[in-house]
Design a protein around this ligand. Structure first.
Ligand code: ADP
Ligand code: MG
Length: 272
């Protein structure tokens, strides 16, 4: 659904100095996929996210969304109707004073019929389990609730893919698990999910993980493949998921299978 072909991106400052953020990236994200992106600060994750829905345009190479080149200015709305974005800070994404007006905002910009908008707003709020808060003022909500309102706003536009750029980074553990559960549910309903995160745990159910390192692709593999190589994970400045870390430590003392990824697999391996 999204195809990235030999893409490089340079930021150019006011003095005309350019700084390379992404170098020669090629990848394909499939319809319905759960695609996770990992990498240390400054590795280019947010830059790539913004290229996916034409907030940025490649310096060289091209990005196709359903075959539509993101550089075509006339097609911008078609791209935004296909790929939505949810950012780290919910406070920067919520605009209206009432939850339901906020969720309607993106649809209103697309010129959708008001009756249809009403229907979509209720359906989207229901889907993120926030319908009962529809008449609330957003500032009365917790961080996790606000982030789910932001997600509802994107859902109401019925985009096929949603890019989440560190959506849980500012949340407490409860908010984080509510948002992650929402993301997984949407993916199970067929929405393509691109999740940028620095929590390794959030990526273990992904179909594939991309590791970015200094603006370049270091790896694109399944979570099991990625986390089986502890040395390279550390070399990229990342950590191992909890169960993998524990399994690796225990393996020095007792016999434990090699390919543990999840907590339930670890528990199973420890049963005598
Ligand atoms: P990440 O999201 O992985 O932390 P970013 O995509 O934000 O990485 O940044 C990649 C590189 O581009 C970094 O070196 C960063 O300093 C630089 N960069 C990001 N945004 C800008 C900007 N607006 N102007 C100049 N350089 C930027
Ligand atoms: Mg970032």
């Amino acid at each position: 659904m999204i195809s990235v072909e030999n893409v490089s991106f340079d930021y150019v400052d006011v003095d005309g100095n350019s700084k390379s953020a992404l170098k020669n990236i090629s990848l394909e994200i499939h319809d319905g996929e759960f695609f996770a992106i990992l990498g240390t600060n400054g590795s280019g994750k947010s830059t790539l996210a913004k290229l996916f829905n034409a907030l940025l345009i490649p310096t060289s190479g091209k990005i196709l969304v359903d075959g539509i080149d993101t550089k075509l200015e006339d097609e911008l709305w078609k791209i935004r109707q296909r790929v939505g974005m949810v950012f780290q800070n919910p406070d920067n994404q919520i605009i209206a004073a009432i939850v339901e007006d906020d969720v309607a905002f993106g649809c209103e910009n697309l010129g959708i019929d008001p009756l249809e908008i009403r229907r979509r707003v209720d359906e989207s709020l229901e889907s993120v389990k926030m319908l009962e808060f529809k008449n609330f003022a957003p500032h009365k909500l917790s961080g996790g609730q606000k982030q789910r309102v932001a997600i509802a706003g994107v859902l109401a536009m019925k985009t096929r893919a949603i890019v989440f750029d560190e959506p849980t980074a500012m949340l407490d553990p409860i908010g984080r698990s509510e948002v992650l559960e929402t993301i997984r549910k949407l993916n199970s309903q067929g929405i393509t999910v691109i999740l940028i995160t620095h929590f390794m745990e959030e990526t273990i159910t992904a179909d594939r993980i991309l590791i970015l390192n200094r603006g370049e692709i270091a790896r694109i593999e399944t979570p099991r493949e990625i986390f089986s190589d502890a040395t390279s994970i550390r070399n990229f400045g990342l950590e191992l998921p909890f169960a993998v870390e524990i399994a690796n430590r225990l393996r020095k003392k007792i016999k434990i299978p090699r390919n543990i990824l999840t907590e339930s697999e670890l528990v199973e391996a420890l049963k005598i």
